[in-house]
Design a protein around this ligand. Structure first.
Ligand code: F3S
Length: 426
């Protein structure tokens, strides 16, 4: 069994030289290191914390965060937050109850007292001042963002949990195991896709099939680049390739436990190492059709009346907001539409005039939250539609809603008419 070696400074944090809050964080990082057989700790450049919504935290979680903040713990590397359970500024207008808002605001304030930046978004990689670089060690706890960082950027992070990410932020380190080690980044499966992939929703459906098939493996897609236009120069704006890959990553992470994939001639490690990334015993999968995914993800085909159409899971990019605004110009919506995103992206879209167009049609560009982590049932929402694979997986489970799943055009048509039309393939 390997032995975890700590530096003098790390040992001092472990014995409480910097107080009980830092000591508790170091105990968590060290315990994980021992469980996973790490030999040392690695300094991290950025931390993303998940488990922020009061819906997930409950009273015990809010109390725990306040205690940790009260112990004087402060993050020592740039740290950002996942979505909360409501939009922080407009929660009253949106219909959230004070009973939910009060503990939610208390949790956010505990994070802020610890020095965390309250970004409330699952797409920190779309923020121009955060976007990680190749080779950066990170401790990220949002599974869809983990896949993006490892795969599209070539940074390294494990799938951290809420407390382990916060602990890593407080001590500025994480244990060196899993995807921080080169040998664990090789492909365990080769996935040949023989059917067309024509929409973002198709990439979510592909995520379903691949996630189910490979579990926590590392898929290598030799030919997926056929369906991906070249990456735009400014990836923080999103765009067809970026938006498809973020949806694929969210899907494989939600339906399986994938933290890293490679796309031949497209993602950085595949560009550098080509097929030498594939393990000799890698399994070979062929995907001929996305129908098995749509049959499951479009879970309630008998449901035609829709209470909420939701787009932006992971949080919408600037390019997605532009696409929605262009489609809704001059329209009038019959049902509620949320485009969920970060405050930062909403501000950028506002500057372009896209928020105004969406709002004029009756849609909402909702920041800080999403329809999985928000208590949508308390807002009277029982029947939802989305083009996002991860939303189709989690919202029925976490929010107890009926779900229709299809491409963006179908979703926006449903928002305009108030009814879902056709089956996914029509
Ligand atoms: Fe983000 Fe919510 Fe989807 S946290 S990845 S928009 S389920």
């Amino acid at each position: 069994m390997s032995h975890l070696t700590l530096t003098v400074e790390e040992k001092s944090l472990l014995v409480g030289v910097e107080g009980p809050g830092v000591q508790r964080a170091m105990e968590i990082v060290v315990a994980l290191g021992r469980i996973y057989g790490a030999t040392d700790l690695v300094p991290v450049k950025h931390v993303q914390i998940a488990g922020v919504s009061y819906k997930n935290l409950g009273d015990a979680g809010v109390e725990f965060l306040n205690e940790w903040a009260g112990d004087g713990a402060k993050v020592r590397v740039p740290t950002t937050l996942n979505p909360a359970g409501m939009e922080l500024e407009r929660w009253q207008v949106m219909g959230f109850s004070p009973d939910f808002a009060k503990p939610q605001l208390s949790a956010i304030s505990a994070f802020v007292r610890m020095g965390v930046r309250p970004t409330m978004s699952c797409t920190p990689y779309l923020f121009p001042d955060i976007a990680p670089q190749r080779g950066d060690p990170l401790a990220w706890a949002e599974s869809s963002a983990v896949v993006w960082a490892n795969s599209v950027v070539g940074a390294s992070t494990n799938r951290e949990g809420g407390p382990s990410a916060l602990a890593a932020a407080i001590v500025g380190r994480t244990a060196r195991y899993g995807y921080h080690l080169e040998e664990n980044r090789r492909a365990t499966h080769v996935v040949e896709v023989r059917c067309p992939l024509e929409s973002t929703a198709d990439f979510g459906a592909l995520g379903y099939i691949v996630g189910k098939a490979v579990g926590n493996g590392v898929p290598y897609f030799p030919d997926l680049g056929t369906w991906l236009p070249p990456k735009p120069e400014d990836i923080t704006r999103g765009g067809v390739a970026g938006d498809r890959l973020k949806t694929l990553g969210a899907g494989v992470a939600a339906y399986g436990a994938v933290a890293l994939y490679h796309v031949g001639d497209f993602t950085p490690e595949a560009i550098d190492r080509g097929e030498s990334l594939i393990l000799p015993k890698a399994e070979h999968l062929v995907i001929d059709s996305l129908s098995p995914a749509y049959e499951i993800m479009d879970a309630n085909p008998e449901t035609t009346e829709i209470d909420l159409v939701t787009v932006g899971c992971p949080h919408a990019s600037l390019a997605e907001l532009q696409q929605v605004a262009e489609r809704l110009r001059g329209e009038r919506l019959a049902t509620r539409l949320w485009i969920t995103t970060s405050q930062i992206t909403r501000k950028r879209a506002d500057d372009e005039g896209w928020v105004e167009i969406i709002e004029a049609a009756g849609g909402e560009v909702v920041a800080d939250t999403c329809a999985v982590v928000a208590p949508v049932r308390s807002l009277g929402i029982k029947r939802m539609a989305t083009n996002a694979g991860k939303m189709a997986c989690y919202a029925p489970m976490h929010s107890g809603v009926d779900m229709r799943f299809g491409d963006l055009e179908q979703c926006l048509a449903a928002a305009i008419s108030g009814k879902w039309q056709g089956k996914y393939s029509e």
